[in-house]
Design a protein around this ligand. Structure first.
Ligand code: FAD
Ligand code: EPU
Length: 336
C-alpha cells in the first residue's frame, strides 16, 4: 500500500480555532486498512488523531505524525419495523450524518444537528446538545488498538459514557482509534425531545417531527454560536461544573439568580457561561483572543491569536472563576 505522507504541514485548515502550528508529518487515512498500515509503519513516532479539529486547541508545533480520519461510508446493517442499525465510518462529518438520518426518516440525532466534527470523535466526549447525548443512540463502536493494531468492539457499557466524558478520555486515553460507530435509530412514529430551555419555546405552535426539531436546533445554534468558518473557535471551552447540593445552596444564598439543573445523585449543574458572564468577560478581547460576545463559554480567535494566547485567556478565566465562586472549571477542549 502506497502511503502519501506530507511533511512540515500547517494545521491551520485542520482545526476550527484556525491556529497555524505545524506538524512534522501528516497523512489522511481513507479506510481502516490504510489506518492500520500507517500504524504499522510508524511504531515509535508520537501520534495524534484528528477528525474535524473542532475540539482541540493547538498550542505548539507537533513533532510527530498527525493522522486525519477521512474514511467514508454510511450503511444500514440491520432493521426491523421500529429501529435501524446504522454503521458509520469515523471520517464522516457528524452534521452530514444527521442530515442523512433526517432524509431517511430515522430519529434520535435531530437535537444534535450542526455539531461540527467527525462521527469517529463523537463518542470520545459523548457529544451532547439540547437535551440529547450521543449515548442515547450509540450501540457500539469499532476501535483499533494502538498496541496490537487489532480492531476491537466497544459496547455502550464498555464506553463508560458520562457528561462530555467516556472511557476514551480516561483510562483508554490515546490507546484506541475509533474507526466505525454503529447507531440504533428510531423509525416513525418518532418521539421527539423538546424540553430543553429555548427549544420548547422555539417550537411553540410548530408541528413536532424530527425535521422541525432539527431546524429549531440549527436556528438557535446559528443565532448564538460563532461559525468557525468566520470566527475561529472550538465551541464551549469549559465543561459546565457539577457541584454538591451543599455547595449549590451556599452559592444560591449569595447569588439568588444563579441558573442550575439537577445532575443526578443530589448534584447540581451550573452553566459555566453564567459564571464567566457574571465576571464581565463576555465580549472581552485581548489582541485576537477573546470571549464570544453572544456566548461567554466560547473562546474565539479573531484571526491571528496563537494557541498560547487563547490558552492564557482560558487560564485567566479559570483563575477568576475559582477566586470569585470557588469553582474549578474543567476544560472541555483538548489542549495539545
Ligand atoms: P477533533 O477535534 O478532531 O478531536 C477531538 C479529540 O478526539 C482529540 O483528542 C482527538 O485526538 C480525538 N479523536 C478524534 N477522532 C478520533 C477517533 N476517530 N478515534 C480516537 N480519537 C479521536 N460538542 C458537543 O458535545 N456539543 C455541542 O453542542 C458542540 N458544539 C460545538 C459548536 C462549535 C461551533 C464547535 C466548533 C464545536 C462544538 N462542539 C460541541 C465540540 C465538537 O464539535 C465535538 O467535540 C466533536 O465531537 C469534535 O469532533 P472532531 O472530529 O472535530 O474532533
Ligand atoms: N448563559 C449566560 N451567559 C451567556 C450564555 C449563557 O449567563 O453568555 C447562561 C444562561 O442562563 C443560559 C445558560 O447559561 O440559560 C445555558 O446556556 P446555553 O443554553 O447556551 O448552554 P451552555 O450550557 O452554555 C451547553 C453545551 C453546549 C450545547 C448547549 C445546548 C457544555 C459545556 N456546553 O452550553 O455544547 O450546545 O448546552 O445543549 O455542556 C460544546 O460542547 O462545545 C457545546 C457548544
Amino acid at each position: 500500500m502506497v502511503l502519501n505522507y506530507q511533511k512540515n504541514v500547517s494545521l491551520q485548515p485542520f482545526n476550527t480555532f484556525g491556529i497555524p502550528v505545524k506538524a512534522k508529518k501528516f497523512i489522511g487515512a481513507k479506510s481502516s486498512d490504510e489506518l492500520i498500515a500507517v500504524l504499522n509503519q510508524n511504531q515509535e513516532e508520537p501520534l495524534l488523531i484528528l477528525g474535524g479539529g473542532s475540539n482541540v486547541l493547538l498550542t505548539q508545533d507537533f513533532d510527530g505524525l498527525i493522522v486525519r480520519m477521512e474514511s467514508k461510508g454510511i450503511e444500514i446493517i440491520h432493521e426491523d419495523s421500529q429501529q435501524a442499525e446504522v454503521r458509520v465510518a469515523a471520517g464522516e462529518n457528524w452534521h452530514e450524518f444527521v442530515m442523512w438520518c433526517l432524509k431517511n426518516d430515522l430519529g434520535g440525532v435531530e437535537n444534535l444537528a450542526l455539531i461540527p466534527g467527525s462521527v469517529g470523535a463523537a463518542p470520545i466526549q459523548n457529544i451532547g446538545a439540547y437535551g440529547v447525548e450521543l449515548e442515547s443512540v450509540f450501540d457500539r463502536c469499532e476501535a483499533i488498538s494502538l498496541s496490537t493494531k487489532q480492531i476491537e468492539v466497544f459496547t455502550k457499557t464498555d464506553c463508560e459514557f458520562g457528561y462530555r466524558n467516556s472511557v476514551f478520555k480516561n483510562k483508554l486515553k490515546g490507546k484506541y482509534i475509533i474507526s466505525n460507530v454503529t447507531f440504533k435509530l428510531n423509525k416513525p412514529p418518532h418521539r421527539t425531545k423538546t424540553s430543553y430551555k429555548g427549544l420548547s419555546e422555539k417550537l411553540k405552535g410548530v408541528s413536532l417531527d424530527i425535521l422541525s426539531v432539527a431546524q429549531a436546533v440549527m436556528s438557535i445554534r446559528s443565532a448564538k454560536l460563532p461559525d468557525p468558518k468566520k470566527i475561529g473557535n472550538s465551541g464551549s471551552f469549559f465543561k459546565n461544573p457539577v457541584v454538591s447540593s451543599q455547595v449549590f445552596t451556599a452559592l444560591k444564598k449569595q447569588y439568588p439568580e444563579i441558573p442550575n439543573h439537577p445532575a443526578g445523585s443530589g448534584k447540581v449543574k451550573i452553566p459555566a457561561a453564567w459564571l464567566i458572564d457574571c465576571l464581565g468577560f463576555k465580549g472581552y478581547r485581548k489582541n485576537d483572543a477573546g470571549v464570544h460576545r453572544k456566548q461567554a463559554l466560547v473562546l474565539v480567535n479573531y484571526g491571528n491569536a496563537s494557541g498560547a494566547e487563547i490558552f492564557e485567556l482560558a487560564q485567566t478565566i479559570q483563575a477568576e472563576v475559582q477566586k470569585t465562586f470557588d469553582i474549578g472549571l474543567e476544560y472541555e477542549v483538548n489542549i495539545l
